[in-house]
Ligand binder design. Structure first.
Ligand SMILES: [Zn+2]
Length: 167
């Protein structure tokens, strides 16, 4: 029996699924799908930048009006966000170079995002003692936890990911 490419039927060795042409096409699709997490890196970076400038404005314009706890909260938050921003730009560079370390680094970023968001909320609670913590503070954290359930398994087990990040 002849052994053919699944897509086009061209004869190929038995240990393969696709001929060279179709395999190349498959890989283009793979890269296409990874556009989603790649784009979300830029979105995250942008959100952090907006937050950093927001904190910076509060600190510089209102420094004398802030309580000690307020200063502490905004300075620590700005520092955390700046570190996260650098982390994101580093991961974007790993992505572009298709580094083998990318999947683990991306997972690290997802976990770090949830951890730092929770920590900032905790700081907000103990330093500024708001009367309540509501919907607006908790929703972004839940949203990140939800997307972690999608992307953690994907980056851990996906054959596509393994075959894209090979450098
Ligand atoms: Zn083919």
């Amino acid at each position: 029996m002849k052994w053919g490419c699944i897509k086009c039927g061209t004869e190929i060795p038995q240990d393969r699924e696709f001929c060279d042409v179709c395999e190349e096409r498959q890989f283009k699709k793979i890269r296409g799908f990874l556009v989603l997490p790649f784009a979300s890196l830029f979105l995250m970076g942008f959100i952090f930048l907006v937050e950093i400038t927001g904190f910076f404005k509060i600190i510089t314009l209102n420094y004398n009006n802030l309580t000690e706890n307020g200063k502490l909260y905004f300075l620590i938050s700005m520092f955390i966000d700046s570190v996260m921003f650098l982390f994101i730009t580093y991961i974007i560079s790993l992505f572009i170079k298709k580094k083998k370390t990318l999947p683990k680094a991306y997972i690290g970023l997802i976990i770090a995002t949830i951890a730092t968001m929770s920590f900032k909320l905790y700081l907000y609670f103990i330093l500024l003692s708001p009367s309540s913590i509501g919907y607006n503070e908790l929703v972004p954290i839940f949203r990140n936890i939800l997307s972690a359930f999608i992307w953690l398994p994907y980056f851990l087990v996906s054959e596509r990911v393994k075959r894209t990040f090979v450098n």
